[in-house]
Design a protein around this ligand. Sequence first.
Ligand SMILES: *Cc1c(COP(=O)(O)O)cnc(C)c1O
Length: 556
Amino acid sequence: MVETDVVSNVDLDKFRQIDDTELDKFTKLSNFEISAIFLEYAAKNIRGNRVINAGRGNPNWINTLARLAYGKLVNFGVKESGETFERDDGVMAGYIDGIGVGKRFLDSLSDSDTVDQFLRNAVNYCVIKLGVDEDAFVKELLDGAIGNNYPVPSRALKYTENILNAYLQKNLYKGVDLINETEVFPTEGGTAAMVYLFQELKQSHILNPGDTIAINSPIFTPYLQIPELSEYNLKIVRLAANEDDNWQMTDEQMDVLKDDRIKAFFDVNPTNPSARAYSPHTLEKFKDVVSANPNLIIVSDDVYGTFADDYQSIYASVPHNTLLVYSFSKLYGATGQRLGLIAVNKDNVCDRIITRLAQDDDEIHEEFNQRYSMVVPEPDEMKFIDRTVADSRAIGLYHTSGLSTPQQIMMDLFALTSLVSENVDDYILTSKKVVNYRYHALWDEMGVNVDNSHANTKYYTLLNIYDLVEKLHGKEFGEYFRSQYSYLSFPYRLAKEFGAVVMDASGFGAKKGYLRISLANLTSGDYRDLAKCMKALIGEYYLEFQQQKNQTKINQ
Ligand SMILES: *Cc1c(COP(=O)(O)O)cnc(C)c1O
């Protein structure tokens, strides 16, 4: 391998132009905005290095099989559609005839092509394991991929819901059987899932302005920002996990959730940015919490679930109190597709609260009646999840509210790549190996011991710059560094001098000095180079410290 020169010496005069007094004006910006600015600086870095952007959570891999399979569905579906149209001009076709379409589709698949084999396995899996009707299922896949009809039923296509339930069961519940008691609303990514839940919890008067919610922090920034918006005006109690506890919440922090003034707990598990899944102990503790605070609503964002070993969702631990959010964005490299979901137990705390509110408060009852009688004959019976669907489209567009059918079918196919194999599938195993390899490339080059526990997803890693400088150059320098420089100085200079971008993690609610490095978006060689740049920059700070010390001595 060619030795890289990312840490080459440069003209010292150029360094003197670096003036970090402008950092003060960044401290109000979100960490995503700061990263974008640092990225611009990195592009003009004084070493002329190629940019290493370790700020991006977007993965640099994609799942190929499901995408190729999707292409085949469109091709076959269009051919079938040609059979039912009276004209044959080649530019227009009709609708797919459902009778016998399953057999025709399976007959069209070859035995030697891997994508065809996958599609055959997928259809067989759904017919045998999920008990779906072959013709009806293949028709849903083909019509959905072509997108020739509104999504019906609105909440989720019939078989899409079965498949998504099976996928969640296999990958997130760790053996707890919830497949038949869970309802799913596919959404435009985890982003829409979060927005719809915040909206609905307010709309249903479950969360009212002035109410208190808890959040596990550090956490993905939007969870800190949305509750503070004027329309929600929620008070936030942060349960701040520490590195010393391996980023797990302590029992004392969990006990805070037993206070019934805490109406909801918004939670990312495994976490972003600290990249840890809850331990079995913590998952057990949630059972205590909800028996003490039975009306607690837990929103669990499980997007990184498959990256932890032996993962179990909070939903599997306390299913009646948890609203589950999942996204296909990260694992399948599908951030542009916008594929996510909300999953809710048929017996859940939100429905219980809604029923009680309607009984106890005439005004609210009247409001619910007026609002939902536009779309259902029995508004009192309308479930939280269906209210979420209707309110996501301002009620008036409930009948066209479903997620686009091509998106739903794409989710089916991603999910089926996992479901067709008996055990953990190779794709998920590979995704874990990829981030693990990069994680070690970074930390081995830094010369720092790492956490290889099951809980660590390694999708991101947090680095504490204060701890690191002290580890490398001792306590006196550590104290000097802390007192002398802004917490943004290091990432700022890393961008300007080395062309490398890492993210300030204090914007996620971590202590100042924590930086988030994503292991999702670069090669292992890049992570090694990033570590070299960081060590070299720490070396420069150290040099400044020594010069300063000498200067002080001379002046004395
Ligand atoms: C990346 C990420 C998501 C995914 O959001 P999409 O809208 O599905 O792309 C959800 N939650 C967290 C915490 C994330 O980091």
